[in-house]
Design a protein around this ligand. Structure first.
Ligand code: FAD
Length: 410
């Protein structure tokens, strides 16, 4: 049989846990399983080299760093040193700087570009001979009373199957594992606008996050690296890349962020569209199948919570798997694993609710209702009302600061 013959399986592996996807969720889970001695295989459809070029998230919640400290990932593998304390709400009429980090008890965000975090976690796994198979795509997942069978195709086009007791679906928004869940409910909502995301080859315009609500639409700036900055533009959901040549991106950012001339020498690279979409899968498990991160839920980009949820899911799922399958004293009856979805869902809904609410502070126009008259000026007035409330209502300001920085209430 030739390497290109993908019709017949030529190899079969058995293991305890198969993790599908080596994004933040899959990689955090696998490090914890590896340390606990739980047998596993990680399957990732992309080549290792391609993983380095996928810049997405960058702001890491305070609670995420604390969680990663508590499970020993911080210091041994990841270090979080760059902090972000402030965000600014900007319109043509006013600039309001909000020091949420101080208000949350000196607990800020951390900045760590997702592709660098993924690269660091991959390197650390390779260094300990972790079983991670890049360039291997999972096509189907089927479960039976003893576990699950995954059909795969590797980077040479060779087909095969893997048997395991449990599948951890960490395979992102178009999850194959999620599509194999039986009897789970999926609910989804989306807004008629989305964000065009680009990276600008420049230092940040300001050292803090900027949310600009201009009558032409939202524009945002988030710090990433000293010479690379994330920018967003609110655009109609029907727009394509052809509608947004680099010159138009530059002009529109300059106008909406109110920075004429300051972006003239900046290149804007890696454009992508981010949908303002929310999706929940309940429960996040079915028999031998579990889903985590974007595979289980999607959240709007407002507040930068997606990767944080993915990491928190992964830690809880891994701890349930370790209790069930880990060697020695930690091995248990599987109760924590059985309660994985129940444990995670309340926190996920809380963060969904915050992210959805935060769109009111960010989008230039109204974020949901359709009314009569000038909808955008009504939306701008509501937004101004919320920003004003943040300035004058200490309790609202405190709630926002804790939710935004990702700090659990004291
Ligand atoms: C522009 C942008 C900015 C963002 N900013 C932030 C932010 O500041 N803060 C934040 O918290 N979140 C942010 N997010 C969201 C965040 O990036 C995601 O929530 C996060 O990547 C989810 O991680 P994950 O591990 O669940 O999934 P993913 O990162 O999507 O990883 C899934 C992995 O599974 C692999 N895979 C998929 N299907 C298969 C298959 N069939 N077989 C094998 N492998 C497969 C994929 O190749 C991928 O490597 C941002 C997203 C974007 C697009």
């Amino acid at each position: 049989m030739g390497a290109s013959d993908v019709t017949a399986p030529i190899h079969t592996d058995d293991t305890t846990v198969v993790i599908v996807g080596a994004g933040p969720a899959g990689l955090i889970a696998v490090h914890l399983l590896h340390r606990a001695g739980v047998p596993y295989i990680v399957l990732e459809r992309h080549a290792r080299s391609a993983m380095e070029g996928m810049a997405k998230a960058g702001s890491i919640d305070y609670r995420t760093v604390e969680l990663l400290k508590s499970v020993g990932i911080v210091d041994s593998i990841l270090e979080f040193t760059a902090t972000n304390y402030c965000c600014e709400f900007r319109t043509p009429d006013e600039r309001v700087l909000f020091d949420y980090g101080t208000l949350a008890g000196d607990r800020p965000h951390y900045i760590y570009p997702q592709h660098l975090l993924v690269a660091r976690l991959c390197d650390a796994l390779t260094a300990i001979d972790g079983d991670i198979r890049f360039g291997t795509e999972v096509n189907t997942v089927e479960q039976d009373e003893h576990g699950a069978t995954l059909s795969i195709v590797d980077e040479c086009g060779t087909a095969g199957t893997i048997r395991c007791q449990v599948v951890a679906g960490c395979d992102g928004a178009r999850s194959v594992v999620a599509s194999a869940l039986r009897g789970c409910k999926v609910v989804e909502q989306s807004l008629p606008v989305r964000w065009l995301a680009v990276l600008g080859t420049t230092a940040p315009l300001e050292p803090h996050t900027i949310y600009a609500a201009h009558p032409r639409g939202f524009a945002g700036q988030m710090r990433r690296l000293p010479t690379l900055t994330r920018f967003y533009l609110e655009v109609p959901a029907t727009d394509t890349f052809a509608d947004w040549p680099e010159r138009r991106v530059r002009d529109e950012l300059s106008v909406r962020l109110l920075v004429p001339g300051r972006l003239d020498d900046v290149s804007f690279i890696e454009p992508s569209f981010v949908d303002l979409r929310m999706r929940m899968t309940t429960p996040m498990q079915d028999g031998a199948l579990f889903v985590a991160g974007d595979a289980a839920h999607l959240i709007t980009p407002a507040g930068g919570k997606g990767m944080n949820l993915a990491i928190a899911d992964a830690v809880e799922l891994a701890q349930g798997l370790i209790e069930r399958f880990g060697a020695g004293a930690g091995a248990g009856d599987g109760d924590r694993l059985a309660r994985y979805s129940e444990t995670r869902l309340p926190a996920i809904w809380r963060i969904q609710a915050f992210s959805r609410w935060m769109l009111r502070l960010i989008l230039a126009g109204s974020d949901d209702v359709v009314g009569q008259g000038d909808d955008s000026s009504f939306g701008a007035g509501l937004r101004q009302g919320w920003v004003s409330a943040l300035q004058h209502d200490a309790q609202l300001a405190r709630w926002f600061a804790y939710s935004y920085a990702g700090v659990d209430p004291d």
